[in-house]
Design a binder for this molecule. Structure first.
Ligand code: FAD
Length: 408
């Protein structure tokens, strides 16, 4: 088991510097344009694919880095470049992880490559769980999956919302209800292959931030998919449902919620995205404070400004440490006894919102305009306290874990 260390090894430093170069030279200069266009930055995804940053191999390598620091380091550097473009590059990973976590080896081998395509023909994928009436309350999901035994097909019906890459994805991973009696234990994940009839894009959302990332509704009307598109396979599902029914009938001990454990492990990655955005805004503010003069001296000469920068940097470093700890715990299989994954996401996302707001303040009127990047960074930062579980939900998980009480 890898010991926890704050020293990146030589390989990690090399990858970090390579990612930073791409974020500095390709992502950051394009950020404003794609924010205004509010479109998926296909040419930038293609650039990333050409040099290997947009590929399953690269993410698998970072994911399996035994120190646990590969993914947070990757997220921080790319999101330092720009959050909207970076999400367009890493958004496919959410769907890929859904397949890696629940799929058979054959399903992984078949579908994950189709999610990425290749450098000449890049593709993206979408993970569709949220619904109009089931956001934080995942158990309220209504999209149904019914098995048609005669044809060995699953039939999906429902409306998904807020899906990153929804409708433009080559492969959609859809979570649906197979047994409504069992709440979230009655859910299963399905692959909807490219070009399947009945899947269409609903409304595309015009957003406050991360505007280069495509977010849309996904409508499923009598979507028929082959039986082998159920992730994990029918036998595994039947076995899992039978166990859940037994537990429910006996009123016995609750099944360990695997989904919660997965969330704890994936939330630090969102925390790392937030650290990237916060660090970017802090650097712009520090630079500006040293060069902007008022009353005959740089504004950083005022403690009121310098102390803000000191606090910003302290919070960013604290956020990174929480993220790295949680990522190391996830990789080395340490149990999240104090909801350390949620803690890292909560702290880092709130930090990004505050630090980007402080950066606008330090830039004064310029900070409030689109001539300077901190205005965009502040809009982007607002997403981190919402997706992958809102800050309130992180606090709920923490409060329940720490107290052992059913806090509501
Ligand atoms: C840009 C973007 C991209 C997204 N990408 C995806 C994606 O790819 N796939 C996907 O499936 N989903 C995605 N989501 C959905 C996201 O995960 C949900 O928006 C999020 O889980 C919150 O759900 P909601 O928006 O329905 O808010 P609600 O659940 O309605 O919450 C509204 C408010 O009530 C609070 N609240 C709710 N319940 C409680 C409670 N018990 N205690 C205290 N406060 C509570 C919340 O914290 C929040 O402040 C995305 C969302 C956005 C905005």
């Amino acid at each position: 088991m890898a010991e926890f260390t704050l020293d990146l090894n030589d390989d990690q430093k090399q990858v970090r510097d390579w990612l930073h170069g791409f974020a500095r030279d390709v992502i950051r200069p394009a950020a404003s344009e794609w924010d205004e266009r509010e479109e998926t930055p296909w040419p930038i995804i293609q650039e990333a694919a050409k040099i290997g940053i947009y590929s399953l191999d690269f993410y698998a390598q970072q994911f399996f880095d035994p120190t646990g620091l590969g993914i947070p380091m990757t997220m921080e550097e790319l999101f330092w470049g720009d959050a909207g473009i970076a999400l367009s590059i890493v958004g496919t990973g959410l769907a890929a992880v859904g397949v890696l976590a629940n799929g058979t080896e054959e399903q992984i081998g078949t579908w994950v490559p189709q999610m990425y395509g290749d450098a000449d023909d890049v593709k993206v994928a979408a993970f569709c769980s949220s619904e109009p009436d089931a956001g934080s309350d995942v158990a309220a999901m209504r999209t149904r999956a019914v098995y048609d035994e005669a044809k060995d097909e699953w039939v999906l019906d429902g409306t998904k919302t807020w899906a990153t890459n929804g409708g433009i994805a080559n492969v959609h991973v859809v979570v649906a209800v197979v047994d409504p009696e069992l709440g979230s234990k009655g859910h299963a994940s399905f692959i909807v292959p490219p070009g399947t009839a009945g899947l269409s894009q609903g409304q595309k959302f015009k957003k406050h931030g991360i505007r280069a990332s495509h977010t849309a509704e996904v409508v499923l009307e009598d979507v028929r998919i082959p039986g082998h598109c159920l992730l994990g396979g029918k036998d595994k599902l039947d076995h899992r449902l039978a166990r859940a029914r037994e537990k429910a009938a006996s009123g016995g001990e609750r099944l360990k919620n695997a989904a919660m454990a997965t969330f704890e492990a994936s939330r630090p990655a969102v925390g790392a995205m937030a650290v990237g955005t916060a660090r970017a805004a802090y650097e712009v503010a520090l630079d500006y404070a040293k060069t902007r003069s008022q009353f005959g001296r740089p504004i950083i000469d005022n403690q009121g400004v310098a102390f803000q920068l000191a606090d910003m940097r302290t919070r960013i470093d604290a956020a990174r440490l929480l993220v790295w700890r949680a990522s190391w715990m996830a990789t080395t299989g340490k149990p999240f006894t104090s909801a350390e994954g949620s803690m890292s996401k909560l702290y880092a996302s709130e930090t990004a919102k505050e630090v980007t707001a402080q950066a606008i303040q330090i830039l004064g009127g310029n900070g409030y305009t689109r001539e300077y990047p901190v205005e965009r960074m502040h809009r982007d930062a607002a997403i981190y306290t919402i997706f992958e579980g809102t800050s309130e939900i992180q606090r709920l998980v923490l409060a329940r874990t720490l107290s052992g009480m059913p806090i509501r």
